[in-house]
Write a protein that binds this ligand. Structure first.
Ligand SMILES: N[C@@H](CCC(=O)N[C@@H](CS)C(=O)NCC(=O)O)C(=O)O
Length: 204
């Protein structure tokens, strides 16, 4: 499998999932001009030009973070990254993936970190963090992970919370969330994934 990524973007969640599951992959860094090393334009793979995208050995191409993460979770050894198919916990995980995608990634961080947003839009986006952070903080109080054990939803959440300082989203004011991020970052597979991308981010 190939993972198309940008250092420390949301695609970091997919790298964490692959590391956690011990799955092999080729990692292709998407350049700023979207021209891939093989000459293709990245929009031929991901029509919006967004990471993450995966390409399997059989040529199946999948985009959209929550779908990519669910796919990797299904490939992983049973129970490593998700819960059995038709279980309440499985659907809770899907709900968290959607929550992170819509209430945090797109609503809060994207207008701050993405291109083409006005200062007013950035201020409004930053202010939107309080409601989802309060929900998450209440939920994570007394819990190690979003559910009874680590899943791809935690991989996505840590990748998104990583952007807080850079976006001036005040994570330090939310001790439960700050402690959760430290706990997830301390997992060996998460630390390995972040260490792999750190020099690439600095070089970018
Ligand atoms: N709907 C996509 C959005 C992914 C997305 O926003 N990716 C960002 C990085 S975190 C990206 O590739 N941005 C490049 C750009 O804005 O040109 C998903 O959920 O996977």
């Amino acid at each position: 499998m190939k993972l198309y990524f940008t250092p420390f973007a949301c695609s970091l969640a997919a790298r964490i999932a692959l590391e956690e599951a011990g799955l092999d992959a080729e990692f292709v860094q998407v350049p700023k001009d979207l021209r891939l090393p093989d000459g293709r334009d990245f929009t031929e793979i991901s029509p919006m030009g967004y990471v993450p995208a995966i390409e399997t050995g059989t040529g199946f191409v999948l985009t959209e973070g929550p779908a990519v993460l669910t796919y990797i979770a299904e490939l992983a050894p049973e129970g490593a990254l998700s819960f059995t198919g038709f279980s309440d916990a499985h659907y809770r995980m899907l709900a968290w993936l959607n929550f992170i995608s819509t209430e945090l990634h797109k609503a809060v961080y994207m207008p701050i970190l993405g291109k083409g947003y006005s200062e007013g839009e950035q201020v409004a986006a930053r202010a939107r963090h309080a409601r989802p952070f309060a929900v998450l903080s209440r939920h994570l109080e007394g819990r190690d992970y979003l559910d009874d054990r680590f899943t791809v939803a935690d991989a996505y959440l840590v990748a998104v919370l990583n952007w807080s300082e850079f976006s001036k989203v005040p994570l330090a004011d939310w001790p439960v969330l700050a402690a959760y991020r430290e706990r997830v970052r301390a997992r060996p597979a998460v630390a390995r994934a972040m260490a792999a991308e750190w020099p690439l981010l600095k070089a970018a």
